[in-house]
Design a protein around this ligand. Structure first.
Ligand SMILES: *Cc1c(COP(=O)(O)O)cnc(C)c1O
Length: 421
């Protein structure tokens, strides 16, 4: 039996309607920006496997560090015990995070990082004797698939059957030059009419919402109102974190800093799952008490797994290196040059870029998971390029190690798509 046939026997894939799309493509190995299938056909990983493998797949530097750690300490309960990889990672993260962040809490994935952030915010008020139960979030935001994170996610394509079970979330549109005054007013009203605990947002770029982007000065105005009313601000940097926007964290562009930041994905460079929720000293202090009841009773079995911590440490070291900063600058410039060539094409509705994130919206009507979307996906795969269109938006978020030739191959495939679509 082939891998494809064996896959079908017992596996249930994410985001997949198995009746329409019965086949998954087996990938047998990966290196740098390339994925290889069973026939050794190479595909450029144009989205870094959901923005994780930003340093390139199977990065040798990271591999070496992980290997050393694996022989020394694999796993230890993080309640009551500690270890050097977690301690060192907390120190390194605090160095690169916005400077109001002081404490590091571990979990397993982006959804749980947000779940932790939301629970921290709810309990922060609870511990201070206030019952605040409303969360504010953007329309069309995405924060993950566990219940709290899903409640905050406005993309109904994922939420349909579960909406009756959600925590209380009020939504505002993402701000722009036209609507900013209305959005500010809407935010004020929600805060005055509800007991608002927190505002959770993806800073500047909404990944799952087809890389929708908005300006830092408008976000800053929203955050200022939240601060004024002691509404905890939670920046979901799960996608934007670790260099993708051109700064280490997107929150660096914004004057008002968040109280809580969630991160995952590129944190562990595509090697193993892990997530972090960081917070200010003020948040942390609200949980200190003589009674156990005010503590944060949230744990995951693999919290601060030493191997995952060693991956993250190696990745952060790479991110800070001249080599990788140069790579980021190179890709930013390269995308800009491609954009100048393509943005006025008759089939292009609009384009946008923030750092190494580049998105191009096609001037055609299509469903997010419709037939056309799969045709476009196939167009790229036949050319040996893995891009994952979000509705009519094609975006590139390739590993930092993607070469100029590989970038040109991606651009050429997009340009060809515009001729055939
Ligand atoms: C991917 C993502 C999540 C969810 O992370 P998982 O690891 O898939 O649970 C949350 N927020 C944002 C912004 C994301 O891009």
């Amino acid at each position: 039996m082939t891998l494809k046939e064996r896959d079908k026997k017992h596996l249930w894939h994410p985001l997949t309607q198995h009746k329409i799309h019965p086949e998954a493509l087996p990938i047998v190995r990966a290196k740098g920006a390339l994925l290889y299938d069973e026939n050794d056909k190479a595909y450029i990983d144009g989205i870094a496997s959901w923005y994780t493998a930003m340093y390139g797949h199977c990065n040798d530097f990271i591999l070496k560090k992980v290997q050393d750690q694996m022989y020394r300490l694999d796993q230890i309960v993080f309640a009551g015990f500690t270890h050097e990889p977690a301690i060192r990672l907390s120190e390194e993260l605090i160095k690169i995070l916005p400077n109001n962040q002081e404490k590091i809490f571990f979990s397993d994935n982006g959804s749980t990082a947000n779940e932790v952030g939301i629970k921290m915010a709810l309990q922060y008020h609870f511990n201070k004797g206030e019952k605040r139960n409303t969360i504010i979030a953007f329309e069309d935001g995405f924060h993950g698939d566990t219940f709290g994170a899903m409640s905050a996610s406005g993309l109904s394509v994922y939420n349909g059957p579960f909406e009756d079970f959600f925590i209380d979330v009020q939504r505002i549109p993402t701000p722009n030059a036209q609507n900013i005054n209305k959005v500010l007013e809407q935010l004020q009203t929600i805060i005055l009419c509800n007991e608002v605990a927190a505002f959770i947002y993806e800073p500047l770029v909404q990944g799952a919402n087809a890389m929708h982007m908005f300006e830092e000065r408008y976000l800053n105005q929203l955050l200022e109102i939240c601060k004024k009313h002691s509404v905890i601000t939670i920046a979901d940097e799960v996608m934007t974190g670790f260099g993708k926007t051109g700064k280490t964290f997107a929150s660096e562009y914004v004057e008002t800093k968040p109280d809580i930041i969630s991160m995952s994905k590129a944190l562990t460079a595509g090697f193993v799952p892990m997530a972090v929720t960081s917070c200010t000293q003020d948040i942390y202090d609200a949980f200190l008490d003589d009674s156990v009841g005010k503590a944060f009773f949230h744990a995951h079995t693999y919290s601060a797994n030493p191997i995952a911590c060693s991956v993250a440490l190696a990745a952060i070291e790479l991110l800070g290196s001249k080599e990788f900063q140069d790579n980021i600058d190179r890709i930013v410039v390269s995308h800009k040059a491609f954009d100048a060539k393509i943005k006025d094409h008759s089939k292009v509705k609009t384009t946008r870029q923030k750092g190494v994130i580049y998105a191009l919206e096609l001037k055609i009507d299509m469903d997010r998971y419709g037939k056309k979307r799969y045709e476009i996906f196939d167009h790229f795969m036949q050319k040996g390029i893995f891009l994952r269109p979000l509705g009519s938006t094609v975006y590139i978020l390739a590993p930092y190690v993607t070469t100029n030739d590989q970038l040109d191959e991606i651009y050429a495939a997009i340009t060809e798509l515009l001729e055939v679509v």
